[in-house]
Design a binder for this molecule. Structure first.
Ligand SMILES: [Zn+2]
Length: 362
């Protein structure tokens, strides 16, 4: 417990805040100490933080629920075009979260002047860890899929019939592959398996994706909450809270789109909504608790959060590109219609652009 507290308390809060609110890069060199701004007022900052907890909680909920409540609209049935467009929009948000929020954060932290020159300024650790994390995500992705589909195939039919069917499938596969996997780099179509099994395994994939994405997003959400909770700077906190409300609402829409396609039952959906909504308020509360003991930036927390951010960036970027965007755009529905593809690309750009804009503030 003591180690976790000391780890968390030393998270480089002022570094994040100042890297956002000041444009002078060289002024960061002496930011390792405490904040000496004249705006520091602990008593005045606390009510603002309480307001922040409430407002961010509400806006996060609105954001993540927005795609989910639209489920009752007939136009958003999974077979309809609008559903595909909403998913593309959500994928754009997730992609921008990885590229524009989490990855730059990690670069900032790991290249901080508070860290020793050797090894931190001698090797691009952020890129390295993000790359490894993307490969690890691919590994988990491909192995889980192959194990699951094997289990699924042998579970449904008895072994002999399964063998027969497998041979038959292999024969069919040889004939059909060139057509069925046309232009598809990503091996997740399962288009040659029985239709029901395909749908079941596809749904399972969507569910895993939604859960992993939530985990990937959480790191960033907690860290930005911490930065609000630990600051006593009343000059910047108001603007920051407003920005975070939009930030969480938008990010919630991205996650909500992914939860939507996972077709969870109501209870599980509520759990995921709750889990996402409380992360930033939790970060703020944690920041308030730690701001009392907070003394200075510690290299160990910079390294921990920086590396955590780098691995979540790799995960988010891989998932957004491969599991969300490529899977949809190379899938039969969008391949069948150029018009729908263009609309979906507009949605991707809209989502990614909006989330990129948020990066200006948080
Ligand atoms: Zn952000």
């Amino acid at each position: 417990m003591a180690t976790t507290t000391s780890l968390l308390k030393s998270i480089c809060i002022f570094f994040i805040l100042f890297s956002i609110f000041t444009n002078q890069a060289d002024s960061q060199s002496d930011e390792c100490g405490a904040d000496k701004s004249s705006c520091n007022d602990k008593a005045a900052a606390l009510p603002l933080k309480i307001i922040a907890i409430a407002s961010i909680l509400v806006t996060s909920m609105i954001g993540v629920c927005a795609p989910l409540v639209t489920r009752s609209i007939p136009a958003l049935h999974p077979d309809r075009n609008l559903f595909v467009i909403v998913k593309a929009f959500a994928a754009g948000i997730i992609l921008a979260t990885g590229f524009m929020h989490v990855l730059p954060d990690s670069f900032d932290m790991l290249s901080s002047s508070c860290l020793k020159d050797n090894p931190w300024h001698k090797f691009p650790f952020t890129g390295f860890v993000a790359m490894l994390s993307a490969i690890a995500t691919l590994m988990v992705d491909s192995m889980a899929t192959s194990i699951y589909s094997r289990k699924c195939n042998s579970g449904v039919i008895n072994p002999e019939a399964a063998d027969q069917e497998r041979n038959q499938q292999a024969a069919e596969r040889d004939q059909e592959r060139p057509v069925a996997s046309f232009g598809h780099v990503h091996g997740h179509t399962h288009s040659l398996e029985p239709k029901v099994a395909t749908e079941v395994s596809q749904l399972l994939r969507y569910r895993v994706i939604a859960m992993v994405l939530e985990l990937g997003i959480i790191v960033h959400s907690v860290v930005i909450g911490l930065s609000v909770g630990a600051t006593n700077n009343t000059c910047t906190i108001k603007g920051l809270v407003a920005a975070l409300c939009f930030h969480q609402m938008f990010e919630g829409m991205g996650l909500g789109g992914c939860i939507l396609q996972a077709e969870y039952k109501l209870v599980k959906r509520l759990i995921m909504v709750f889990f996402f909504s409380v992360t930033t308020p939790f970060g703020i509360a944690l920041g308030i608790a730690l701001s009392k003991t907070y003394k200075e930036n510690s290299p160990s927390s910079l390294i921990t959060v920086g590396l955590l951010n780098a691995s979540s960036a790799g995960l988010l970027i891989y998932m957004a590109l491969v599991d969300l965007l490529s899977a949809d755009f190379m899938g039969p529905k969008l391949q069948g219609s150029i018009k729908l593809q263009i609309k979906s690309y507009a949605a991707v750009l809209l989502g990614a652009g909006g989330m990129s804009l948020m990066a200006k503030w948080a």
